[in-house]
Ligand binder design. Structure first.
Ligand code: NAD
Length: 458
């Protein structure tokens, strides 16, 4: 069936009003949960085949997170969907005012490869929870996981409701040519711009979950051993292929050498002297990305790691000392296990570095100095972040997750995800028992009364 036909089928289904039925949504999401739980082992196997992702990391960042978010949706869906009554305005008195949560209609979800299960299923299930139909395009780079995602969707949903269409750029391009009611995209900044342009043609609302260079600022007040342990964990989780991974460090010059020593020791403690032998160390997703990362290692001072094997899609955890802002490794998001360490002596130095880039998806500060932390938080705009630990803000569904500026538009997770896929429809309900005459023409002599009323209400 052609893409336009599939979309038409979903439009017809949406028009039938069935997706607006809350028990129906809950039933489908319960079926989804049951199937995901029964396929737990297959999910780990697929992720391992795609890029050697360990079972531990797969549970923590894909399966476990997803099932707990599904539980949350199932627990709160009824309450989230109910029209919310808000206080009336004295200007509209007498009326009862409500916010209705209305599904947009046909949603397109385009997913990346780096958390291929979570980032395909999570937006899809939130869109379904909100009452939409969904066409999902998973990544073409994680063949095993994307095939499993398609199989799970096919088993649970009729394709009028949700369908997974696999393919690469040409399929994504054809999908983007259609008219959608909402587009949810997770991926790189350049492709995000292509998506935004396609959406603009039809004034389609979008969420763009993008990336960027997320800084990690370390001052001289903090415990460096613990800092190194946490940064190494956050940087090398998923092989550094995480959108909110600390991209580079800016450390106070007085503790730079000590921090680098701690980082080296921690890498060896966690992954051994030969990380390619570690069962916990993921591969780079493909040859092209391995080559891209290897090209970042030229003409820089490598103080740890640096070895690679392109055929095996391996790059050792690598620390680079003080690369210039013009170097290749500092030009774009790294998205791999390569960690540049820059330094500062005063706040202005930090500013030169951070201001050199677009607003990042994340920012991390390691410090015990409250004033320093508050200054960092208030000076720089970023999607979200954490103090004294990387990545962790992603794990709280009460925190909206998304970027700002070039790192993205919109946010999701938990109720924020449900709200993302819902139009908030304002409705004032008015009775007929009273009808103050002031607003009706002729207006003569009523203006001063109106002004007094506004003053009273203001
Ligand atoms: P990508 O932009 O290359 O691909 C993402 C999706 O877009 C894939 O499904 C791909 O098939 C499709 N695509 C690729 N080229 C396209 C084109 N020309 N037209 C239309 N569609 C196209 O990204 P990726 O390499 O899969 O993922 C890595 C990027 O994603 C990084 O920049 C990372 O920071 C970002 N990311 C962001 C988040 C987030 O939540 N903010 C999460 C994960 C990844």
């Amino acid at each position: 069936m052609t893409i336009p036909n599939r979309l038409q089928q979903q439009r017809d289904f949406f028009k039938s009003q069935q997706t607006k039925n809350i028990p129906y949504r809950i039933k489908k999401l319960k079926e989804l949960k049951a199937l995901i739980i029964s396929r737990e082992k297959d999910i780990y196997d697929a992720l391992y085949k795609d890029f050697n992702k360990s079972k531990f990391e797969s549970f923590m960042s894909e399966y476990g997170l997803l099932v707990s978010e599904l539980d949350l949706i199932l627990k709160h869906l009824k309450a989230w969907s109910r029209p919310k009554r808000v206080k009336p305005s004295l200007l509209t008195f007498p009326a009862r005012d409500y916010i209705y949560k209305e599904p947009y209609g046909s949603v397109l979800v385009i997913a990346p490869w780096n958390y291929p299960f979570l980032l395909s299923i999570a937006p899809m299930m939130m869109a379904v929870a909100a009452g939409n139909t969904v066409v999902l395009k998973p990544s073409e780079l994680t063949h095993n996981t994307s095939t499993l995602v398609t199989e799970i969707i096919q088993t649970v949903f009729h394709e009028d409701h949700v369908v997974s269409i696999e393919g690469g750029v040409s399929v994504a391009t054809e999908l983007l040519e259609q008219r959608w009611d909402y587009i949810f995209f997770t991926g790189s900044v350049p492709v995000g711009k292509i998506v935004a342009k396609a959406a603009a043609k039809h004034l389609t609302p979008v969420t763009l979950e993008l990336g960027g260079k997320s800084p990690c600022v370390v001052d001289s007040t903090i415990d460096l051993k613990l800092t190194a342990k946490r940064i190494v964990w956050g940087k090398l989780f998923n092989g550094g292929q995480t959108c909110i991974s600390p991209d580079y460090i800016i450390v106070h010059e007085s503790v730079k050498k000590e921090l680098i020593d701690c980082l080296k020791s921690e890498i060896i403690r966690a992954y051994g002297e030969h990380p390619f032998q570690s069962v916990d160390y993921p591969k780079i997703i493909d040859k092209k990305n391995t080559e891209r990362l290897v090209s970042m290692l030229a003409d820089v001072k490598i103080v740890h790691g640096g070895d690679f094997n392109i055929e095996n899609r391996y790059i050792a955890p690598t620390i680079i000392d003080n690369p210039s802002l013009d170097s290749k490794v500092m030009a774009t998001e790294i998205f791999g296990p390569v960690l540049p360490v820059l330094s500062y002596s005063e706040a202005a130095d930090i500013d030169v570095i951070i201001s050199h880039y677009e607003k990042p998806l994340s920012l991390y500060v390691f410090s015990k100095n409250r004033h320093f932390i508050d200054t960092m938080l208030s000076t720089y705009s970023f999607g979200g972040g954490a103090i004294n630990d990387p990545l962790i803000h992603f794990g709280n569904h009460r925190l909206p997750f998304g970027g700002v500026g070039a790192s993205g538009i919109g946010a999701y997770h938990g109720k924020h995800g449900f709200d993302t896929f819902s139009h908030h429809k304002s409705v004032s309900k008015r009775g007929t028992w009273i009808d103050p005459p002031i607003r009706y023409a002729p207006y003569n002599n009523k203006l001063s009364l109106l002004k007094r009323m506004f003053k009273l209400l203001g």
